[in-house]
Ligand binder design. Structure first.
Ligand SMILES: Cc1ncc(COP(=O)(O)O)c(C=O)c1O
Length: 454
C-alpha cells in the first residue's frame, strides 16, 4: 500500500511560528483551568485540531511531521480510514460490555491469539491503560508464585498507578509519593552506552545479567526471591535502548533457573514498532506474561490486556475486575488495525525505514559533538544528547532546545532517557520515506543550530 495518501500533503507547513495566536488562546485556557501537572503542551506548545497518517495539524493551520505518534499509540497512523470506518460501525451497535462476550471482543481475542506464540494462549482484559495491564500482570505473577518481591530494571517505565510506578525507575516520577509497593528491586539494564559496570560491549560477558544471577543466588544479597522479573525487551522511555542480542534470553534463562516468571512489557515496543509484531520476538524468548496496550486500540481508543501461559490461569472468578474491562470500540478498531499491520507487512516496512533512518542519524552522530549515540530498532529511535562526546555528560537542556527547534520547524519529537537527554522518535509506522527524510533533515538542522549556539 502507498502510505503517502494517509498523511496530509505538504508537511511540514509552518504558517505561524508555534504557538500561533489561536493555539495561545487554548494554552492560556488550559493552564488557567487544568491542573499544573499537564506536561506535553509545555514542550510542544500548540493546540491541535486534526491528524492524518504521520502528520498533525494545529489550530493555526500549521502541519507537522509526527515523529511522536501520540507516545507510540498511533502505529497505523492517525485517522486511518479502515480503522475509523470499523469504529464508526461499532459505535452504533454496542460500546460497553464489562466482560460479557460480544462479537467484537471474540474477533479481537482470535486475532491476538493468531499473532502470539502458541504458548501465550490466555488473554485477559483489565482496565484501559497500560498501567492497568502492568498491575494485572504483577497480580497474576504474585498469585501464582505466592511471593511478592519483584525485579525491575534501571531505565524502566511501566506506568503511573502505584504498582506500575513502583516498578518504574525514574525518581522524578515517584520521589514525592514514596513509599509505594514494597520489595521492588532494580538491576542494571544492558545500557551499553552508559554501562553500570564500566564495560565495553566487545569485551563484556553481560555483567548486568550476571549481576541478576548473583543477587538471586547470594543469600546475603538482601533481595527476597521474587515472583517475577518485569522487563521491556527494548526499553522505551529509558531512552530507546536496544540490549545486545543475548541479554533478554539470558534473563529468561535465569528466571527459569530460579523459578521466577518473566513479564515482558510490550506496551510501547509491541505491534510492529520495532520491526516485529512483538519486541520479544527479536530475542528468541517466549515470556510467561506480556502486557499490551497503546496501539492495541487502533485509533487511540484506550484498552489494555495481558497474555500469558495457561498454566498460570489459576486465579478465580473476580480476582481482578473493573468497570472498563476491555473496550468494545477499541476491539472493533484494534482488530482492523492489527489486520492492517499484517496485510501491509507493516513490521517489514518499519524495519526497513527504521534502518534507513538510523543510518541518517548515525551520520548526524558522526558530524556532531553533542550527539553521543544514535540508536534504536525499527521506528523506536533515540538520539542521546551530551555536552561532548568524551565526557558524555548528559545534556537535557540541549535536548529541550532541539525539541523546540524541531517544533518550530514542523517536526514533533519526544524526549526521554535516564537524564531526559534523549530525543526520541516514535512515529506512526505508516511514515513514508519522504516524510522520514524531511523530518530527519529538520532534526539535523536542529542539532547543528543548537551546537552552533554553544
Ligand atoms: C513500556 C510501558 N509500559 C507501561 C506504560 C504505561 O502505559 P499508560 O500510560 O497507558 O498507563 C507505558 C507508557 O508509556 C510504557 O511505555
Amino acid at each position: 500500500m502507498n502510505f503517502r495518501n494517509l498523511s496530509f500533503s505538504g508537511a511540514p507547513l509552518i504558517k505561524t511560528v508555534p504557538p500561533g495566536p489561536k493555539s495561545k488562546e487554548y494554552l492560556d485556557y488550559q493552564f488557567a483551568h487544568e491542573g499544573s501537572a499537564v506536561s506535553y503542551p509545555r514542550g510542544m506548545p500548540m493546540a491541535i485540531s486534526q491528524a492524518k497518517g504521520a502528520t498533525v495539524k494545529d489550530v493555526d493551520g500549521n502541519i507537522y511531521i509526527d515523529f511522536f505518534g501520540g507516545a507510540g499509540v498511533m502505529n497505523v497512523g492517525h485517522s486511518n480510514p479502515e480503522v475509523i470506518e470499523a469504529a464508526s460501525r461499532q459505535l452504533g451497535e454496542l460500546t460497553h460490555s464489562l466482560d460479557i462476550p460480544n462479537p467484537a471482543r471474540k474477533v479481537m481475542v482470535d486475532t491476538l491469539l493468531s499473532l502470539l506464540p502458541g504458548a501465550l494462549n490466555k488473554i485477559f482484559f483489565g482496565g484501559p491503560t497500560g498501567s492497568d495491564a502492568v498491575e494485572a500482570a504483577v497480580k497474576l505473577a504474585k498469585y501464582n508464585k505466592g511471593r511478592y518481591p519483584m525485579i525491575a530494571f534501571e531505565g524502566s517505565y511501566h506506568g503511573m498507578s502505584a504498582g506500575a510506578l513502583s516498578l518504574s525507575s525514574g525518581l522524578s516520577f515517584k520521589e514525592d509519593f514514596l513509599p509505594l509497593i514494597p520489595e521492588v528491586h532494580f538491576v542494571p539494564y544492558a545500557y551499553c552506552y552508559r554501562c553500570a559496570f564500566g564495560r565495553k560491549p566487545e569485551t563484556c560477558d553481560l555483567d548486568c545479567a550476571q549481576y541478576l544471577d548473583h543477587i538471586l543466588e547470594d543469600p546475603h544479597s538482601g533481595v527476597g526471591k521474587p515472583a517475577a522479573v518485569i522487563i521491556e525487551a527494548i526499553q522505551g522511555e529509558g531512552g530507546s535502548i536496544v540490549p545486545p542480542d543475548p541479554f533478554v534470553s539470558r534473563i529468561k534463562e535465569i528466571c527459569n533457573r530460579y523459578d521466577i516468571l518473566m513479564i515482558v512489557d510490550e506496551i510501547q515496543a509491541g505491534f510492529c514498532r520495532t520491526g516485529k509484531m512483538f519486541a520479544f520476538e527479536h530475542f528468541g524468548v517466549i515470556p510467561d506474561i506480556i502486557t499490551l496496550s497503546k496501539a492495541l486500540g487502533g485509533a487511540g481508543f484506550p484498552i489494555s490486556c495481558i497474555a500469558y501461559r495457561d498454566n498460570l490461569d489459576t486465579w478465580p472468578e473476580g480476582k481482578h475486575i473493573g468497570t472498563f474491562r476491555g473496550n468494545v470500540l477499541a476491539y472493533a478498531a484494534g482488530r482492523v488495525a492489527l489486520n492492517f499491520m499484517i496485510k501491509n507487512n507493516l513490521a517489514e516496512h518499519t524495519l526497513t525505514l527504521g534502518n534507513l533512518m538510523l543510518s541518517w542519524l548515525k551520520e548526524i552522530e558522526r558530524d556532531s559533538n553533542i550527539v553521543g549515540e544514535a540508536r534504536g530498532k525499527g521506528l523506536m529511535l533515540g538520539i542521546e544528547l551530551v555536552r561532548d562526546k568524551v565526557s558524555k555528560e548528559p545534556a537535557p537542556e540541549l535536548a529541550r532546545k532541539v525539541r523546540t527547534f524541531c517544533h518550530r520547524h514542523g517536526l514533533l519529537i519526544e524526549i526521554g532517557g535516564h537524564y531526559s537527554n534523549v530525543a526520541r522518535f516514535l512515529p506512526p509506522l505508516v511514515l513514508t520515506e519522504e516524510l522520514a527524510k524531511k523530518g530527519t533533515e529538520i532534526f539535523a538542522d536542529a542539532v547543528k543550530n543548537v551546537e552552533k549556539s554553544l
